[in-house]
Design a protein around this ligand. Structure first.
Ligand code: ADP
Ligand code: MG
Length: 349
C-alpha cells in the first residue's frame, strides 16, 4: 500500500490559490508528445493527431464516494485517476492526459493536499499520463475531487458498449468482488476503532481485498493482451458498479440477451473466505460488488481457442438473443434472471 504521512500543518489560506497550484504541480513532468502545453496558461494545448479523442470525467465527493477515516489522501488521489483511466481503457484507447479539479475546506492543511497530489503523481508516472490542468477552489465542508482523462484511439480500434452479437463469448479480466469486501473489512475496522481506539486490527488475511479497495489498478494491459491474441472485442465496459449492472449496459445497448455461468465467475480465495466470514453469498458479491475496475468484454466465438487458456481472462458466459433476457445459470443448472443491482444493494440484501 501507499504510505501516508501528514503530521505537519501549513494553512492553505496563508499560501493563496496560486501559491497552492504552483506548489502542488511543480513536481509533475510531461511525458507524452501529444501534450504541447500543460499547466500554466488559460488552457492546455494538445495535439490531436489523426486519432480519435476520448474524454471522460468522474466526480468524487467526501462522505458520498469515500471516507477519509480509512481512505488515506494519497490513495484517494491515485484512485481518482484510476477510475478515469479505466474508462479510457474500456474504449480500447490509450490515456495521455488528465486534468484535476479540487475543492477543499480550510480543515485541510497544505500537507494534506500534498498527500493527495503525491497519489495523483504516482498514478501519472505509472500510467504515463500528463497532468495538464485543473481548477482549485474552496469548499465549505469536506473535499471534492474531479478528474478528467483524455485519451486517444485509432478509429478502427474503438470498442463501444453496443457491438455485442448473439453467440459472442462474455469475458472478464482479473477477478470480481474483492474491492467490495475490502470496503466491508474497512467499515468493520472503523466501527471497532470507534468503540476501542487501542484495538490493533490484524488485517493480514485481507490484504488483497483492502488493496483492491484502496489502491485499484486500471487495466491498461488488456488492450495489449488482446492485440497479441489478434482479438478485437465486439463490446467493452469497465466494471465500476458491479458485473450485473455492467452486463446490462452491454445487453441493452447491443440489443441482446446473455447467459452468465455462476461456476465461471473468477473469485480470489480471499473473497471466498471473507464471504464466509461476513455471511455473504460470493456470487452476489461477484455480481453486485462494485469498484473492481476490471474490463468486461465480448468477443466472437471464433476467438474461443485464443482466449480460453489465457490466465488474464475468464470466459463467464455468452450473448443470446434479446428475447431470451439476461440470465444467470446457477451451479445447480437453474436459470435465474439477472437483476440490475449496483453495489449498494449487496448491503441491503
Ligand atoms: P484560470 O483563472 O484560467 O482558471 P487558474 O488560476 O485556475 O486559471 O489555473 C492556472 C493554471 O493551473 C491552469 O493551467 C490550470 O489548468 C492549472 N490548475 C489550476 N488548478 C489546478 C489543480 N488543482 N491541478 C492541476 N492544475 C491546476
Ligand atoms: Mg481556474
Amino acid at each position: 500500500m501507499l504510505e501516508d504521512k501528514n503530521t505537519q500543518k501549513t494553512s492553505l489560506a496563508d499560501l493563496g490559490e496560486f501559491g497552492l497550484i504552483n506548489h502542488i504541480t511543480k513536481y509533475f513532468t510531461i511525458e507524452n508528445a501529444s501534450t504541447v502545453t500543460g499547466i500554466g496558461d488559460d488552457a492546455a494545448v494538445l495535439d490531436a493527431s489523426k486519432k480519435q479523442t476520448l474524454v471522460t470525467t468522474d466526480l468524487l465527493i467526501e462522505g458520498v464516494h469515500f471516507d477519509l477515516s480509512y481512505m488515506p489522501l494519497k490513495h484517494l488521489g491515485y484512485k481518482a485517476v484510476m477510475v478515469n483511466l479505466s474508462d479510457v481503457y474500456a474504449m480500447n484507447g490509450t490515456a495521455e492526459q488528465i486534468t484535476v479539479s479540487i475543492a477543499v475546506s480550510n480543515r485541510f492543511p497544505l500537507e494534506a493536499i500534498e498527500e493527495l497530489y503525491s497519489g495523483i503523481q504516482l498514478a501519472c508516472e505509472t500510467y504515463k499520463v500528463d497532468l495538464v490542468g485543473g481548477d482549485t477552489t474552496s469548499s465549505t465542508k469536506g473535499i471534492l475531487i474531479s478528474v478528467t482523462a483524455i485519451g486517444k484511439v485509432e478509429k478502427e480500434d474503438i470498442v463501444l458498449r453496443s457491438g455485442a452479437k448473439e453467440t459472442d463469448l462474455i469475458v472478464v479480466s482479473g477477478d470480481l468482488g474483492a474491492a467490495y469486501l475490502g470496503l466491508q473489512v474497512l467499515e468493520r475496522e472503523k466501527q471497532v476503532f470507534n468503540v476501542d481506539p487501542n484495538n490493533q486490527p490484524d488485517l493480514d488475511s485481507y490484504t488483497y481485498l483492502i488493496e483492491r479497495q484502496l489502491k485499484p489498478e486500471a487495466r491498461r494491459d488488456v488492450a495489449g493482451f488482446l492485440k497479441e491474441l489478434a482479438i478485437k472485442p465486439t463490446a467493452m465496459i469497465d466494471i465500476s458498479d458491479g458485473l450485473s449492472s455492467e452486463i446490462m449496459h452491454i445487453c441493452s445497448q447491443s440489443k441482446v440477451g446473455c447467459k452468465i455461468y455462476e461456476e465461471k465467475l473468477p473469485l480470489d480465495p480471499q473473497v471466498i473466505s471473507a464471504c464466509e466470514e461476513f455471511n455473504l453469498d460470493s456470487t452476489m458479491v461477484a455480481l453486485s460488488g462494485g469498484e473492481d475496475y476490471e474490463l468486461l468484454f465480448t468477443v466472437p466465438i471464433a476467438d474461443f481457442e485464443a482466449i480460453k487458456g489465457n490466465p488474464n481472462f475468464s470466459i463467464i458466459g455468452h450473448i443470446t438473443a434479446e428475447n431470451q433476457g439476461l440470465n444467470l445459470v446457477t451451479r445447480a443448472s437453474q436459470e435465474i434472471e439477472l437483476k440490475a443491482q449496483g453495489w449498494n444493494s449487496v448491503k441491503e440484501a
